[in-house]
Design a protein around this ligand. Structure first.
Ligand SMILES: *[C@@H]1O[C@H](CO)[C@@H](O)[C@H](O)[C@H]1NC(C)=O
Ligand SMILES: *[C@@H]1O[C@H](CO)[C@@H](O)[C@H](O)[C@H]1NC(C)=O
Ligand SMILES: *[C@@H]1O[C@H](CO)[C@@H](O)[C@H](O)[C@H]1NC(C)=O
Length: 425
């Protein structure tokens, strides 16, 4: 019996070691952290989102095993000093820590996104490609978006490129390559050049005339910054709660195709057809619309409903002004929309003749808060009526208990309380 139990324990231990490469950190982390590069999850045992992240976190640790990045987690309810030191405000918080650098991860909590973030943060802001084979390999990764600088590293353009890379590397990939290393068939529009690779093509940053004339640094800085900001997402990107914050920063109109993904990430045929139609319209008219719109689709209708402050039909198309938060809806019901109707709708937005709803004024904000609270409550009720009743019933229960105890104060007997205390100790 004893031997069996020992064997069982051993095998559990082994499994544990093989599966989890996540280091369990304590207050000692505060002394240890200087020694390496860390990716840390700050969590609390009671937090549901943390539990959901746990299996993903194990995969992240697995993927980064053998790299310089060590993956750990801290129970912030036990090691509050660590939580305080890193100013953890919510759970789970994912943070990259290297010396004095601390960067919280704000993207979607998927293995690929988290690993990509950690790898970019640990590498130099701009990674250098030695030859065109390396570039070729990057372009072959499906859906991969990256920026590339071609030229020598002693130009003004390089300085600005590098400083924007430092700023944006938590979200995007930045590379550099020698201009003579580009494949022969690759026509650089200028030397040095900056370009983005996405949607199976590459697009150049066009230098302003002034640059060639006066090397005006202010102009280069501003136009490059604006260009990088405009090109940082693919033409028809997936919109999630994780990247919405970055999408607002583009300050274009955000055109969202709304469909509903089920638990395994698939959508109905109807919705798929609609999404493909919108995508075709914008891909075919990229030159016309790219300047004004960032297009995308979301499988999370709540995200769009919260903007529209109503339950949109599925599928839907909604366009939001990222500056004023006004939104536009096509006049036709979505299932009547044709490619022509979509173009007319988009054109009317550019011409500012489309009716605008919502916005960001105080009354609208208050209404949006009310709307969000109401829908989360409704969703909670649909998901689990008993729990909802308990959560909202409990405070009422306590309140009545308090009232009751005030009116019948002899119910709380001081002697009895003291007795309880002694027993505990
Ligand atoms: C550079 O361009 C900016 C904006 O166009 C202008 O205000 C500034 O005077 C220019 N500087 C030089 C050195 O030409
Ligand atoms: C470049 O522009 C950014 C804003 O886009 C600004 O924060 C930064 O200070 C500028 N850098 C220089 C050297 O002018
Ligand atoms: C958003 O609306 C404002 C005010 O109507 C307008 O000036 C701005 O151009 C719009 N945003 C975009 C991206 O066009």
């Amino acid at each position: 019996m004893e031997v069996l139990r020992l064997l069982a324990t051993l095998s559990i231990l082994q499994c544990g070691l093989a599966v989890s490469k996540v280091l369990e950190l304590s207050d000692r982390f505060l002394e240890l952290r200087g020694e390496s590069t860390w990716l840390v999850m700050f969590y609390a045992p009671w937090c549901g989102h943390c539990k959901k992240l746990e299996p993903i976190w194990n995969h992240v640790a697995h993927a980064l095993y053998g790299s310089e990045i060590r993956v750990g987690r801290v129970d912030c309810t036990r090691f509050t000093a660590v939580a305080t030191e890193f100013m953890v405000k919510g759970f789970p918080t994912i943070m990259f820590i290297q010396g004095d650098i601390r960067h919280s991860f704000t993207g979607d909590r998927t293995k690929d996104d988290i690993v990509g973030f950690a790898v970019r943060m640990a590498a130099p802001p701009v990674q250098h490609l030695a030859n065109h084979h390396e570039l070729q390999a990057l372009t072959e990764r499906p859906g991969h978006l990256f920026f590339l600088y071609a030229g020598t590293q002693d130009t003004v353009l390089w300085d600005f490129y590098k400083s924007y890379a430092e700023e944006m590397r938590a979200f995007h990939y930045f590379y550099s390559i020698g201009a003579d290393c580009m494949a022969e068939n690759f026509n650089l529009e200028s030397n040095p050049a900056v370009m983005v690779f996405k949607d199976d093509m590459h697009i150049f940053y066009t230098m302003p005339e002034e640059w060639e004339v006066a090397e005006n640094q202010t102009v280069i800085n501003e136009t490059l910054g604006e260009w990088l900001n405009h090109e940082r997402f693919v033409t028809f990107t997936k919109i999630t709660h994780g990247n919405l914050g970055q999408l607002w920063k583009i300050k274009k109109f955000l055109a969202i195709t709304v469909v509903k993904e089920n638990k395994i990430g698939s959508i109905t045929t109807d919705e798929n057809t609609f999404r493909d139609m919108v995508k075709a319209v914008i891909i075919n008219n990229r030159d016309k619309y790219h300047k004004y719109f960032q297009f995308g689709w979301t499988g999370t209708p709540d995200l769009a409903n919260s903007i529209a402050m109503e339950r949109l039909p599925l599928p839907s198309l909604i366009v939001v002004n990222a500056t004023t938060l006004h939104h536009h809806l096509p006049e036709d019901p979505p299932h009547h929309l044709t490619p022509q109707a979509i173009q007319i709708f988009l054109d009317s937005i550019i011409a500012s003749s489309a009716p605008a709803y919502g916005g960001d004024s105080w009354p609208v904000r208050v209404y949006r808060m009310y709307y969000n609270a109401r829908t989360s409550l409704e969703d909670m009720w649909q998901g689990n009526p008993v729990l909802t009743a308990v959560i909202f019933g409990l405070p009422l229960g306590f309140l009545s208990l308090i009232c009751y105890s005030i009116w019948c104060s002899d119910i709380l007997d001081a002697d009895e309380e003291e007795e309880h205390h002694e027993k505990k100790e």
